[in-house]
Every structure is written in structure tokens, then in C-alpha cells.
Design a protein around this ligand. Sequence first.
Ligand code: FES
Length: 185
Amino acid sequence: MTPPEPPEDSSPDETPRRDFLSSLAAIFVGGIAALPPLVIGAVAALDPLRRGGGDGGMVMVTRLAGVPDTGAPRKFGITSTRSDAWTTYRSAPIGAVYLRKEGDAVVALHTVCPHAGCFVGVKSDESGFACPCHGSSFAIDGAVDDPDSPSPRGMDALDVEIRNGDEVWVRFQNFLPGREEKTPV
Ligand code: FES
């Protein structure tokens, strides 16, 4: 009696090829599925703080009455609409500024130290600013006022506009620390 023929698809030569094609298909399908999150993630990583508003980064901070007439600096949080790849955050905190009146004008200084990014505080007598991390000292206008200060530049001034009579708007932006020149991030 003749033994039965083995089924065609159980040939030992066919099994590795089928496995290879299955793996290839899985890699292809997996790659396609992973593409959208990767692209979205890359966009978010390259531009993690995309701010809304479309006003050149201008943010309304307070009204003139909120800034002391004495010329002393007052700290204000900055909130703005920002979005990442998935969510839009309304009134999300994005930083802080010191505002100070200089005559009729309002001056804005970034609160982040240009040395290494710590938050600068107001000196107890309100005559200027000091950074608690490495001892940089700044005059009331933000200039470095101590030659031993490690900060390579003065505090970063920001553009200010008074709109509608008493609204204080600031062009809020961040700058790279550790450099003599102001380089926007
Ligand atoms: S971070 Fe301010 S002095 Fe170093």
C-alpha cells in the first residue's frame, strides 16, 4: 500500500517563506499604524509651546492701575492659550514678568535669570533684583550691577504696549540662558 502524499502547504521549503512574508506584512502594517503618532509627536517636540492668539506673542497682563506708581517692580503671571498635539489649553500659565512704571511708561523684565534659568527675586528693599541660585545681582532696570555676578547679560526686557488706554500688553518670549546676547528660544 502506498503512503498518502503530505499536504502541499506543509512542505518544509514553504514554511520559512510564509513566516517571512507574515513578518514583513506585520512590520508594514505596524509601521503604517505608528506613523501618525510619530509625526504628531515630532511636531509637538519641535514646537512644544505653540501659542495661540496670533498677535505676535502679545499677551494682556494687567491694567495700568495694577502696576505700582512708586516705580517698584511687581510680578505678574503670564497666561496664554497654548496647545500641544492633542489639546488646547486656555489661560495656561507660560511664565511671569516684572512690571514697573518709569514715568508714563511701563517696563517689563522676564523673571528668568539669564545665567542658568532660575527665577530672579526682588531685593528686600526693592532697589533691584537678585538670583538665589548663584548670586547674580541686577539693578532696578535689569542691568547687571555686580561685577561678580555670573549672569552674562542683564535681565531680559520685553516689549510693552499700552492698548485701549490702560491695558498693559507684553510680548512674552523666552531667551537662551548663558549667552551675552539675547537669543529668542
Ligand atoms: S541662575 Fe541666576 S545666578 Fe545662576
